[in-house]
Design a protein around this ligand. Structure first.
Ligand SMILES: Cc1cc2nc3c(=O)[nH]c(=O)nc-3n(C[C@H](O)[C@H](O)[C@H](O)COP(=O)(O)OP(=O)(O)OC[C@H]3O[C@@H](n4cnc5c(N)ncnc54)[C@H](O)[C@@H]3O)c2cc1C
Length: 490
């Protein structure tokens, strides 16, 4: 299939994973990445001499797609797992262990929940009502807060589910879709009146020794895109940076892309185009020729956040943290309500022993600030954000020394919000895209924003493009054959 040319727009993990499938399928593939570097939300750089990710730092090891990609790149032996996966919650004035038996914050073990002391006595007393309450009607999609709050009470939502989901979406539980953000729990809940019973069912069905939850690469997950890009190049593909796509137009026999600045545009023709972009740029490119998809994409909201990385001398910690980090519920976090503003802390050198081994004399910590609707918290200078993170560590860990190094990474519009109705919206986008031959979409905006989910959507989109090109080449071959025959008979 070497005559076909496919262009992948977006050089994040989804675009690169898709391009790799296309290149291996024998297609001439070009990846166009608008910024100066590939990787999108996967980026790593050194701070105080150790490589610490600036964006995504771990991959779910219990979904196959990410692990499969690493295996296909011949790097399985390099994977490293967390030293501890134990995480804590800052609730009711203290750091508390996550209760055993919870699934994304929804409890299944009431004794463990009580022992954790995450909830107030009143909040705890409300939880078992779930076992006796009549069914909570759920026709279509509902919000996370609406359904879970109705079953086990608002405190479970605020102090467990919200912070755990916040770690993924930085979203608001009143708006996030139960079906799209907690698909396993939502599916189990369809088969049970009680949510606690539903989660007990999930726990009972889980493998007894499932292995590590997360994995990363020794020099940071930000190295993964570069490994994929090298593989694409080895298969004959091209990965370009600084190639911002400004316009996409359908032509009779394919697509035309306008790349680069308006004063010096470059035109590129493709038999197929795969957009692996956040919703806003995808919407802009699809407006002229696939307006129905563009309209739906424009409705997907994004949350902004910042990661503040601090590297301290180990001796700055009066006691070394024993957990991989902790989450701060929005109800504890809001500075206007006396909170400190940091929503999650990861003790990177505790979570990842290979980082500690790089330099046992230092501890790297990542603090994240900003949820959907908290953009005002990010409209502060880097120094202020750094001071906020330092104040957090002083308050919870007693660290009063200055860090040896600090770094602020801003992710404006970094995380798509899967709000109520997201699955319907995605179905409409896919239907509209399917009506445009040789077009496919992939990435975090659609069926999951974790890295394995992005890779899964990339593979599916690339396979659709391959099918299209194969059927088209079949038609072209038939046409060429027919013409040759026609010539002979003349
Ligand atoms: C701070 C942070 C931490 C995270 N942590 C984790 C984690 O630990 N584990 C996990 O599984 N997930 C994590 N995620 C989520 C995950 O990293 C992302 O959902 C995923 O990487 C998105 O990949 P993508 O390829 O869909 O999009 P992106 O990574 O957004 O890539 C899209 C690319 O398109 C480019 N682009 C945009 N417009 C154009 C244009 N017009 N022309 C050309 N190029 C364009 C962009 O520059 C970008 O490189 C995190 C996300 C963030 C923001």
């Amino acid at each position: 299939m070497t005559t076909s040319h496919a262009v992948v727009v977006g050089g994040g993990i989804a675009g690169l994973a898709a391009a790799r499938v296309l290149a291996q399928g024998g297609v001439r593939v070009t990846v166009l990445e608008g910024s100066s570097q590939i990787g999108g939300k996967l980026r790593v750089s050194e701070i105080a001499g150790i490589p610490v990710d600036e964006g995504a730092e771990s991959m779910l090891a219990r979904r196959p797609e990410g692990m499969d990609l690493v295996r296909d790149l011949g790097r399985t032996a390099d994977l490293v797992n967390p030293g501890t996966a134990a995480s804590a919650i800052f609730s009711r004035g203290a750091l508390r262990k996550l209760p055993a038996g919870q699934v994304m914050g929804v409890p299944s073990d009431l004794r463990a929940l009580a022992a954790s002391q995450v909830l107030s006595p009143a909040g705890l007393a409300r939880v078992p009502l779930d076992l006796v309450l009549p069914e909570t009607p759920r026709g279509g999609d509902v919000s996370v807060a609406g359904y879970i709050g109705a079953r086990v009470g608002r405190e479970v939502v605020d102090r467990l589910v919200e912070p755990l989901l916040g770690g993924v979406y930085a979203g608001r539980v009143e708006r996030l879709s139960f079906e799209s953000t907690l698909p396993a729990v939502a599916a189990a809940a369809r088969g049970h009146r009680s949510l606690i019973n539903a989660v007990q069912g999930i726990r009972a069905a889980a493998p007894k020794d499932p292995g590590p939850v997360f994995a990363t690469l020794p020099d940071g997950l930000g190295t993964l895109p570069h490994l994929v890009a090298a593989d694409i190049a080895a298969a004959g593909g091209t990965v370009r940076t600084g190639a911002m796509v400004r316009e996409l137009r359908r032509r009779e026999d394919g697509w035309r892309l306008t790349v680069g600045p308006a004063r010096d545009p470059e035109y590129l023709d493709a038999d197929a185009v795969l957009l692996a972009l956040p919703a806003a740029p995808a919407s802009r490119l699809l407006t002229p020729d696939v307006p129905a998809a563009a309209r739906e994409l424009a409705g997907i909201e994004y949350a902004s956040m910042a990661i503040i990385t601090l590297v301290y001398r180990t001796t700055a910690f009066p006691r070394l943290p024993k957990t991989s980090g902790y989450l701060v519920p929005a109800v504890e976090c809001d500075p206007e309500r006396g909170g400190r503003g940091v929503k999650a802390v990861t003790f990177s050198s505790v979570k990842w022993p290979h980082l500690r081994d790089r330099d046992p004399g230092v501890i790297a910590v990542r603090c994240s600030i900003g949820r959907f609707g908290e953009e005002h918290l990010l409209q502060r200078a880097d120094e202020e954000l750094t001071a906020t993170a330092m104040a957090e560590l002083a308050a919870t860990c007693g660290v009063t020394e200055l860090p040896a190094a600090s770094r602020v990474t801003r992710w404006g519009g970094g995380l798509p919000q899967y709000n109520v109705g997201h699955a319907d919206r995605v179905a409409k986008i896919r239907a509209a895209v399917a009506g445009a031959p040789g077009l496919a979409v992939a990435g975090a905006a659609y069926d999951g924003l974790g890295i394995p989910a992005c890779i899964a959507s990339a593979r599916a989109a690339a396979n659709r493009v391959l099918d299209h090109l194969r059927s088209r080449e079949g038609v072209d071959h038939d046409r060429a054959g027919g013409q040759a025959e026609g010539t002979r008979t003349q």
